[in-house]
Each structure stands twice: as C-alpha cells, then as structure tokens.
Design a protein around this ligand. Structure first.
Ligand SMILES: NC(=O)c1ccc[n+]([C@@H]2O[C@H](COP(=O)([O-])OP(=O)(O)OC[C@H]3O[C@@H](n4cnc5c(N)ncnc54)[C@H](OP(=O)(O)O)[C@@H]3O)[C@@H](O)[C@H]2O)c1
Length: 236
C-alpha cells in the first residue's frame, strides 16, 4: 500500500509523465493513470510508481479506477487532474461523441474522483493536502476554433474554485491555467512562430514550469481557490 501518494491522471506522456518523474526523484510515492501503453509508462513503473490503465470514456471507468486506487493507496497527499484531450470545433463536429468526451474528461472525471478520493486525502499524514486541476489559459479569451474544448476547461476552473470552498480548510484546491508549454509533434514552423508571438515572453518553456507551479501550490499553506496563469504574459 502506498501512503501519502501523489495521484496524477494521464501521466503516460509529456507533462503528466514529467511531473510523475520529478515526484519519484524526490522520493514521493506516485500512482498514475494512463490510457495508452508506452515506454514512458514502463519507465515510471520501473521507478516504483503504480500505474492504473484506464480509458475514462468507458462506462464504469471511474468506478473501476477508484476501486483500484483504494486497493493500491492507503492515503493520498495530492491529486493532479492532468488527463486531457485538445480538439478543434471541426473535430468535435466530425465525431458524435467528442463533445461529451470533453465534458466527461475535464469536468465529470475530476468531479467524481474528488468526491470518491476525499477520504484518501483526509487520511494523509501531511499537514497540507491538495487537489490541482490543469486547465488552459485560453479560457480568458474568445476563440471560435476551440469553443467546446474551452467551455470544458472553463467549467473545470469553475468547479475547482467550488471544491476549494467545499473542502476548506483541510484540502486546498487550485487550478493551473497553462498557455503554450510544449508544442506537439508535427507542429509546423509557421504555427510555432505564430504561437510564440502570442506571449510577451515568447518562449516554449517546457514541462519544468508546470512542476514549479505545482510545487508552489502544494507547498503554500495559504493559497486555495485560485487559477494560476502560466502563460508567459499572453494576457498582456
Ligand atoms: N502542452 C501544452 O502546451 C498545454 C497547454 C495548455 C494546457 N495544457 C494542459 O496541461 C495538461 C497536460 O498537457 P499535455 O500536453 O501533457 O497533454 P497530453 O500530451 O495530451 O496528455 C494528456 C494525457 O491524457 C490522457 N487521456 C486523454 N483522454 C483520456 C481518456 N479518455 N482516458 C484516460 N486518459 C486520457 C492521454 O492518454 P493517451 O496517452 O492515451 O492519449 C494523455 O496521455 C492537460 O490538461 C492540457 O490540457 C497543456
């Protein structure tokens, strides 16, 4: 049984994978979910993490995931809701289930996991206990190419604030709203230049800035109910 573990959803690649590796390097127990088996998943398991394979689109996925978590962990220090899909409205229009999948992954899954896992967080020996959602800085602007995606991430931010009120003072609940962190494989040079020009600082910062933001939120005894923009001055 893991105690005072960090749960990260969707940690099979990129930001979630990076966060899991950094926590493990600090000696923190990690339990993570993944959907697609990848070498990164194997490497986290070799480093001592517990991996739970789940596709949250499946009917009883949340219940099965919660059951596995209770089998594997006696207590949780933090829950990080990282799993995500990023779809244009064109993609949403082409796939009949896509809108529901966005809402399920970004709103229903964190909502139901928070509810089911609150006892594991309260069982932690740590004085500080946290829930962190990863949303998107673009909810602050209108964008008519990603309306469905952004609506789901805006709902996630709103829900995070409400859980902060509900779970205070024992569990802090915060959101991180990233702008550009990492390009996707196959992004064109023209697209990259366009995205870089959207922020005042004009860089692709990489996953380390998300780790720093998570560290701040987990270590602060006086921050709850915020959405922390992590966007290089995009709003400027
Ligand atoms: N990267 C950025 O620049 C950026 C910018 C703004 C916001 N963010 C936010 O930061 C977080 C991490 O970003 P990222 O770029 O590392 O994300 P990512 O590469 O898209 O990874 C997200 C993970 O979620 C998993 N996932 C998707 N649908 C799932 C489902 N139905 N059931 C279970 N798992 C599922 C994916 O599993 P599979 O491996 O099976 O696909 C994937 O490993 C996300 O919440 C994202 O919205 C990132």
């Amino acid at each position: 049984m893991l105690n005072d573990a960090i749960l990260i959803t969707g940690a099979g690649q990129r930001i979630g994978f990076y966060l899991a590796k950094r926590f493990l390097a600090e000696g923190q127990p990690v339990v993570f979910t993944y959907r697609t088996p990848r070498p990164q998943v194997e490497s986290l398991i070799r480093l001592g993490a517990v991996g739970i394979r789940v596709d949250f689109n499946e009917d009883d996925a949340i219940e099965r995931c919660v059951q596995r978590l209770y089998e594997q962990a006696g207590s949780l220090r933090a829950v990080i809701h990282n799993a995500s899909i990023w779809l244009t409205d064109e993609q949403v229009a082409a796939q009949p289930t896509a809108f529901a999948e966005l809402m399920r992954l970004h709103v229903e899954v964190p909502y139901r996991l928070n509810d089911a896992l609150q006892p594991l967080l309260l069982a932690s020996n740590s004085a500080l206990k946290d829930i962190v959602t990863l949303s998107d800085a673009s909810t602050a602007q209108a964008n008519d190419r990603y309306m469905a995606y952004l609506a789901s991430k805006a709902a996630m931010q709103n829900m995070s604030r409400n859980f902060a009120k509900k779970y205070a003072p024992h569990i802090k609940v915060n959101d991180i709203a990233p702008g550009l962190i990492l390009f996707n494989e196959g992004d064109s040079e023209a697209y990259k230049q366009q995205r870089l020009q959207q922020s005042a600082l004009g860089i692709e910062p990489g996953e380390a800035v998300v780790w720093q933001a998570v560290q701040y939120l987990l270590q602060s005894p006086y921050t709850t109910g915020i959405s922390l923009p992590l966007e290089g001055g995009k709003a400027l």
